[in-house]
Design a protein around this ligand. Structure first.
Ligand code: GTB
Length: 214
């Protein structure tokens, strides 16, 4: 039986592949693991049935036999540990790739999410004009540091890994902000990720969900 991934029945990103099921889809495509998708509405996500899979009532979740996982990073680590293709086999290189997975999720994603959410949810607040530049500058600090480390390398640490997969999906959330324009090497890095056939299959599949829903 194929593993089952949950995803938004109607993603608010309108098929731009910004919801976190996209990164799991991409990981599954990279390793050649077929999967099924269960679409859930916002109301269904908060019902007991879905909360038994995800305590916070969110997507994505991942069911494989009697194993149920939530948290996109944990799901991708699970997939990467069970299939070749997303983590190096040499122990130290593998540990470094996992470090980049954590860096993407714990160090780079939080300021990006905070910046993005404020621009959607706080535009009408009195503090918006003061707070938004501060949030943007926190994002820019991380992007400066990341661009410095990446240099002119293709990927963060040798061959493409789950660390790159997560970092690219995290950076893509800045697409509409204009911030990435100051970082040509990061734009090229994102484009390399998006050019991977596995990414393209995953993107097309999540886009088809949106297109079929409208
Ligand atoms: N840390 C968890 C993980 O990595 O899996 C975070 C999971 C999460 O935030 N899930 C979101 C969710 O279920 C969807 S991805 N939200 C519904 C809720 O909490 O009630 C976040 C997301 C949503 C929408 C856009 N967008 O429209 O661009 C982008 C990202």
């Amino acid at each position: 039986m194929n593993p089952i991934l949950t995803a938004f029945a109607r993603s608010p990103d309108r098929g731009r592949g910004l919801a976190r099921d996209m990164r799991v889809r991409w990981a599954l495509e990279e390793v050649g693991q077929p999967y099924d998708v269960q679409l859930v509405s916002f109301a269904e996500m908060k019902q007991p049935e879905h909360r038994s899979r995800h305590p916070f009532g969110q997507i994505p979740t991942y069911q494989e036999g009697d194993l149920t996982l939530f948290e996109s990073g944990a799901i991708i680590l699970h997939i990467a540990e069970r299939h070749p293709g997303l983590l190096p086999t040499e122990a130290n290189a593998r540990a470094r790739a996992i470090t980049w997975m954590f860096a993407a999720l714990n160090t780079v994603e939080p300021p990006i999410v905070e910046f993005g959410l404020a621009s959607i949810l706080e535009r009408d607040k009195s503090w918006y004009e003061t707070r938004q530049p501060m949030l943007e500058s926190r994002v820019r600090v991380r992007l400066d540091e990341l661009a410095l480390r990446l240099g002119d390398a293709e990927w963060l640490d040798g061959a493409f890994s789950a660390g790159d997969l997560l970092m690219v999906t995290v950076l893509r959330r800045l697409d509409a902000s204009g911030v990435l324009q100051s970082y040509p090497s990061l734009c090229a890095y994102i484009k390399r990720g998006e050019a991977r056939p596995a990414y393209q299959r995953a993107f097309a599949d999540q886009l088809a969900v949106f297109t079929n829903a409208v």
